[in-house]
Design a protein around this ligand. Structure first.
Ligand code: ATP
Ligand code: MG
Length: 559
């Protein structure tokens, strides 16, 4: 429980970091709650007063007291309630948002290898649920549990003063006993929520994965099979939710029955005492008022306490992502004038137990074009990722611009180097947006058009200018070759003197490919290209050949 509270405090800190203003709203809402509890506790006292005066035949003052009870207290409470609701909505949405932003910011810093292990469907579901859990916890703790406690204190004070301390103590003990029971029962609910969540995760994960494969499913005529499989998955979800809700419902029924019994017992006791003449009719009205008010609160409290455990579990899951280790970040700035841009010394890299690179030594010098070749799976992409410090070798060192990539500030390095990956990702948006993505300075429309023209991207037979064309979600609206050239244009738009490319023209025809490589050579001082194509290799000064057994051979001469 203490751990859970610590996590909740951590979540509050997140909210404060991202939205300091939310705490002002929070403070005002809490002050309003205090006033509300006071008003709510006052209504039955005024009604008692009115009833006693009615019994005494003082007709005139009854009107005044009743008016005070309803017009002032009750209406006042409603107005405050709604003011609080408006403020609490403002606080809660910021709690939600802070959680989302913390997820986003943190996951951006987690190493790719770790990110790849995450199930996207489950990640999205967890992010959504844990941010919901955080705001639900806030509203439960501060706007249900806390006001109920304050109200109980007021009620105790009133009953002790107007009736007797013994009665007040009994009344409050009975209620505290019921709340304690709710807490005990809520422990039972934890496992139920966990099972529901897990089966929901399975559905989300299956759904997200299959939605990426729609075309593959169609091409394999697997629609019927996939529909059946999804039906089975969802069936499991229905079962777990139905059984879970049945059990939660039974727990709730038990609690509600006990609350009802307390209501009946205390009413019967007071009626008996009124008959004996110990209490006045006004006392009866007041106590009855409290019983009604508090039983409603208790029923609400019982249901939120069952949910409370669930929220804590969900919050914990959220923090599991926020606890993923981030990439180490060096501080040293690259020496952009270095003659040797990249240098590997005795580099060994292993993946899944297989040696991809074995004690490799290599130098890449400024001002030349390098082609990296080798069979599929030889480790070409791995080498490129080592060069920019996205991964680290098991043994040996990789230096970029004179500094070990472990100690290098990668942000600064990537200000000097552009990388075009083997499967470049385009963001949903226009061609222009994609080309400008990552460009530091302002790229004028003329520069943009000239760049697209050089890469042969302007010859599209359409009314829409190329720059305004939308690439679609997952670049579904452009061809493979167009996608590659947009990614190359993006690298050129960044204007860095060094460009690294992973099979950048694999989807292009020979003529477009030659033109693209020429544009790249004309714009960058140093080019490093992974390629299988002889025509591209011919344009390189040096060839770095990965043999596929972990060894590397460099050949060629500068022109
Ligand atoms: N994250 C990873 N986890 C496990 N194995 C990996 C990972 N990344 C790469 N590998 C393995 O490392 C080897 C080299 O992969 P790499 O992508 O560098 O090859 P490549 O030479 O670029 O191949 P291709 O020409 O097909 O693109 C492959 O056997 C691959 O399966
Ligand atoms: Mg590759």
């Amino acid at each position: 429980m203490t751990q859970a509270l610590q996590q909740y405090r951590r979540a509050l800190t997140l909210a404060r970091t991202y939205y300091p203003k939310a705490f002002t709203y929070f403070a005002i809402a809490s002050a309003i709650l205090l006033a509300l509890a006071l008003l709510n506790a006052t209504v039955p006292v005024l009604l008692r007063e009115a009833t006693n005066r009615l019994a005494a035949g003082d007709a005139m003052s009854i009107i005044l007291v009743t008016a005070a009870a309803y017009a002032l207290c009750w209406t006042g409470a409603q107005v405050l309630e709604w003011t609080k609701n408006i403020l609490s909505a403002a606080v809660l949405v910021r709690c939600d948002a802070a959680f989302y932003r913390a997820f986003f910011d943190h996951l951006l810093k987690v190493p790719q290898a770790e990110l790849r292990k995450l199930d996207q469907g489950v990640l999205v579901a967890d992010a959504q649920r844990s941010k919901g859990a955080f705001s639900a916890l806030t509203s439960t703790l501060f706007w249900i549990v806390l006001p109920t406690l304050i109200e109980l204190l007021f009620v105790f004070a009133v009953l002790a003063t107007l009736i007797s301390v013994a009665f007040a103590a009994f009344f409050i003990m009975a209620i505290v006993g019921l709340v304690g029971l709710s807490v005990l029962l809520s422990r039972k609910a934890k496992g139920i929520h966990q099972r529901i969540m897990e089966s929901n995760n399975q559905v989300m994960s299956h759904f997200t994965e299959r939605m990426r494969l729609v075309e593959e499913i169609k091409l394999n005529n697997a629609q019927t099979l996939e529909q059946q499989r999804f039906g089975t998955k969802v069936g499991g979800f229905i079962d777990s939710v139905t059984v879970g809700n049945l059990r939660i419902g039974l727990l709730m029924l038990l609690q509600v029955t006990l609350v009802g019994a307390l209501l009946l017992a205390s009413t019967l006791y007071v009626v008996g005492e009124v008959a004996k003449g110990t209490y006045t009719v006004g006392d009866y009205v007041m106590i009855n008022g409290y019983v009604m008010q508090l039983t409603m609160r208790l029923a609400l409290l019982a249901s939120v306490l069952i949910e409370l455990r669930n929220h804590l579990v969900l919050l914990d899951r959220g923090f599991h992502y926020l606890d993923l280790e981030t990439e180490p970040q060096g501080l040293r700035t690259p020496d952009t004038d270095a003659e040797v841009l990249f240098e590997l010394e005795g580099v060994t890299y292993r993946a899944e137990g297989r040696t991809i690179l074995d004690k490799v030594d290599l130098q890449i010098r400024q001002g030349h074009t390098y082609a990296i070749t080798g069979p599929s799976g030889a480790g070409k992409t791995t080498l490129l990722r080592l060069l920019v410090g996205l991964i680290q070798p098991e043994k040996g060192s990789v230096r970029a611009f004179g500094t070990d990539t472990r100690a290098l500030d990668r942000t600064a390095l990537l200000d000097a180097v552009s990388v075009v990956t083997q499967h470049p990702l385009l963001i949903a948006g226009s061609v222009a947006e994609n080309v400008r993505y990552g460009a530091k300075g302002n790229l004028s429309d003329d520069q943009l058009n000239s760049l697209l023209g050089q890469l042969g991207l302007d010859a599209h037979a359409s009314d829409t200018p190329t720059t305004d064309r939308h690439v679609g979600f997952d670049a579904a609206a452009v061809s493979g070759g167009e996608k590659q050239r947009i990614a190359i244009a993006r690298a050129l738009a960044r204007g860095t003197p060094t460009i690294l490319l992973d099979e950048p023209t694999s989807a292009l025809d020979v003529e477009s490919e030659e033109r693209t490589i020429d544009v790249l050579k004309a714009n960058a001082r140093t080019l490093v290209m992974i390629t299988h194509r002889p025509s591209v290799i011919a344009k390189a000064d040096y060839v770095i050949h990965l043999r596929g057994d972990g060894t590397v051979r460099m050949s060629g001469r500068p022109n």
